[in-house]
Design a protein around this ligand. Structure first.
Ligand SMILES: NCCCN[C@H]1CC[C@H](N)CC1
Length: 292
């Protein structure tokens, strides 16, 4: 209700909750997959919530979408074909479209309601769907990837929700196998990889799986997102065997990116320094996920 605080607690972060003050509820319905809620908050703009978990707020969504997109796309020379798994709000699509080398973007989002709700309440993000290079597939990415030709993509971005609902399968080994098969040699995968403060077991499991499958390299990077539990979110960035990828030194410098895109929107979080810094990890994490 308006004026009330809404609390986000969840088995993914037992014993803690994050709260935001609600000015007004803008949308609330259940899709075939999850409950979809949009509300106007007092201090973070509009907020998109799926099954009681904050997915994005207007104030800080820039950090997540810019980093999950430009960390991989600025790491390889002229990426051409990109796949987004999830990402139904369109924010990542809008970021990918800044890269003039990209010729084709597939997106596979399971829940059509997320796309429609984003078009209505987050038009700046949903503008990503208007790019002529974008091809939308509504369905289960596990199924979609089974029918993708081997080595099709330069980059795959898994912009998923938490593995406690429709996204459960997206952190399991069989899915990573299909991702690796869909990438060309030297291709890059960038996955949402939860919080270093809350999920080191899950991160460790994901890194172990990726180390088996991606023989190029496996790195963990992170960004500050105040409305995500513990205020940070991580990214697992891997490359398949093939041309070496130096993730820590972006080769598509942001200046070029700034000039290349025809968008009037400037980047709000990503830049070359933040790119490099994102791979600097606290000692406890390096020990716990054996990234020493
Ligand atoms: N496309 C919007 C972001 C989706 N990813 C988020 C990662 C962290 C989660 N706790 C919530 C969703």
């Amino acid at each position: 209700k308006a004026g009330k605080m809404v609390y986000f607690n969840n088995p993914m972060w037992p014993g803690e909750a994050h709260s935001l003050k609600v000015e007004s509820i803008l949308y609330k319905a259940s899709s075939d997959y999850q409950e979809v809620l949009v509300f106007e908050s007092s201090s973070y703009g509009k907020v998109l919530v799926l099954d009681g978990i904050v997915q994005l707020t207007e104030k800080d969504e820039c950090a997540y979408k810019e980093m999950i997109t430009h960390l991989p796309l600025c790491s390889i020379p002229s990426p051409k074909t990109v796949l987004v798994v999830g990402g139904g709000d369109g924010g990542v699509l809008a970021e990918i479209s800044r890269h003039s080398s990209v010729e084709h973007i597939d997106i596979c989002e399971i829940d059509r309601m997320v796309i429609e709700v984003s078009k209505k309440f987050f038009p700046e993000l949903a503008a990503g769907f208007e790019d002529p290079r974008v091809c939308l597939h509504v369905g289960d990415a596990v199924e979609f990837l089974r029918n993708v030709p081997e080595g099709k993509y330069d980059v795959i971005i898994v912009d998923s929700s938490d593995p406690v609902g429709p996204a459960q399968e997206l952190v399991e080994k069989p899915f990573f196998d299909t991702l690796a098969r869909a990438l060309r040699p030297g291709g890059v995968l960038c996955n949402m990889a939860e919080s270093m403060w809350l999920h080191t077991h899950l991160i460790d499991d994901m890194i172990s799986i990726c180390r088996e499958i991606f023989k190029g390299s496996v790195h963990y990077a992170w960004a500050s997102v105040p409305t995500y539990p513990s205020g940070v979110i991580g990214f697992l960035i891997c490359s398949t065997e093939g041309p070496a990828v130096d993730f820590l030194n972006p080769i598509n410098p942001i200046e070029k990116l700034e000039g290349a895109h025809q968008h009037k929107r400037e980047l709000r979080y990503y830049n070359s320094q933040m790119h490099k810094a994102a791979f600097s990890l606290p000692s406890f994490l390096k020990r716990e996920v054996r990234l020493l």
